[in-house]
Write a protein that binds this ligand. Structure first.
Ligand SMILES: *[C@@H]1O[C@H](CO)[C@@H](O)[C@H](O)[C@H]1NC(C)=O
Ligand SMILES: *[C@@H]1O[C@H](CO)[C@@H](O)[C@H](O)[C@H]1NC(C)=O
Ligand SMILES: *[C@@H]1O[C@H](CO)[C@@H](O)[C@H](O)[C@H]1NC(C)=O
Length: 356
């Protein structure tokens, strides 16, 4: 009898401690949610570690961001299984000769969009940015045209098929949208317009824009501003294969896991060293190389403006699937569909000037 009594008491005691622990953890994570993302202790820890391979800094971009606000920018949601399984996976011939170092900005110097750093503001739209940026570059590489495609079109008009707008989405779904619906130009549907939020976005968040299907400029037609892709594919995660894709077709969109220390990246070859997992992020991969220390890296353009990282760019360790950077690479090829319908405003302006 006494044995049972003691067992029950012990069980009850265990439950009580368990509940207390859960409670403590919940309030800890709440505290963390509202604390600043940038921490001197992380900067010190990285910069005093000679094997870290990269330098940390209190990046001005995030000086007033809480952990919660930072997490909101990391808008890659796990792709639904069905979508993933029905997406073709591209591989390239293994015997393709590839350079030891490659930078898409110098490989295609006529394409200014490759080296343009954008700013997603306070919206979890990285999944849309990585996609429109890479496709814009690919239009220039393939068709010699200078265009910036609209992240707003994706955010506002792709709907649930792409995820949840400023609350995150699926990178591959963006590329599918390019194929079936096309995407208008930034000129037609700008990210930060006068009716939306002023830059750097509404505080504390930029709400998902409404789908209006009208260009802000009256002389542009939504339908005629659409640019299409012919395909939407994943790239097999072998590093050689990713390199071949970038070398042949231009920048690609990649997703990876962001940890607290990444917010502090300043220069060098990043690898996760300290801090908790914050979420999934998408960016544009534009090249590769090997550092002076002999570390192989990928070169990427982020969309956190130029005051973050290495003038807006970063390098991450290549060949070890660091933070999952090689596991989730997506792209598509630009289509010539609709191109002859897009009026060439620059040329029209030039001929107008000439006739005056
Ligand atoms: C220093 O960096 C290396 C490589 O990222 C890591 O394995 C190690 O744990 C770090 N040391 C400290 C004290 O953080
Ligand atoms: C980058 O930030 C600056 C300063 O806040 C801002 O003026 C500029 O418009 C931003 N760049 C982009 C591409 O949004
Ligand atoms: C794109 O624009 C830049 C700067 O305006 C120019 O230098 C470049 O030649 C243009 N490229 C193409 C392919 O028209």
């Amino acid at each position: 009898m006494a044995g049972i009594y003691i067992t029950v008491l012990l069980l009850f005691g265990a439950m009580l401690t368990f509940q207390l622990e859960v409670h403590a953890e919940a309030s800890n994570s709440h505290l963390k949610h509202n604390s600043k993302i940038l921490q001197d202790s992380i900067v010190e820890r990285i910069n005093s570690n000679s094997t870290a391979g990269w330098r940390a800094e209190m990046n001005p971009r995030f000086s007033d961001y809480t952990v919660g606000q930072f997490k909101h920018l990391l808008g890659v949601k796990p792709t639904p299984k069905g979508v993933l399984e029905s997406t073709p996976v591209v591989t390239h011939p293994k015997d393709l000769k590839l350079p030891n170092q490659f930078d898409a900005r110098t490989a295609w110097p006529q394409c200014g969009t490759i080296g343009t750093i954008l700013d997603q503001g306070h919206c979890g739209s990285c999944w849309a940015f990585g996609a429109v940026e890479s496709l814009s570059d690919r239009f220039c590489i393939q068709f010699g045209m200078n265009i910036s495609l609209s992240a707003n079109d994706l955010l506002a008009c792709c709907g649930f098929l792409c995820g949840d707008g400023c609350d995150g989405g699926y990178p591959i779904a963006a590329w599918r949208y390019f194929r079936y619906a096309g995407v208008v130009t930034e000129e037609c549907d700008p990210y930060f317009d006068k009716t939306g939020c002023a830059h750097p976005g509404c505080e504390p968040e930029y709400p998902t824009p409404k789908c209006i299907r009208k260009c802000v400029k009256e002389n542009l037609l939504w339908r005629k501003s659409k640019h299409f892709s012919t395909s939407a594919y994943r790239i097999s995660s072998d590093p050689q294969n990713i390199m071949a894709e970038v070398y042949k077709n231009g920048p690609v969109e990649v997703s990876f896991t962001v940890y607290e220390d990444f917010a502090h990246y300043r220069s060098g070859v990043y690898k996760h060293t300290t801090g908790d997992e914050m979420g999934g992020h998408a960016v544009k991969l534009i090249g590769w190389g090997t550092s002076d220390d002999g570390e192989d890296y990928w070169l990427l353009a982020n969309q956190w403006n130029r005051s973050w990282g290495d003038d807006g760019y970063f390098k991450i360790r290549r060949g070890t699937n660091e933070c999952g950077i090689e596991a989730d690479v997506v792209a598509g090829t630009p289509s010539s569909r609709n191109l002859n319908l897009v009026p060439e405003y620059n040329e029209a302006d030039v001929s107008l000037d000439a006739s005056i």
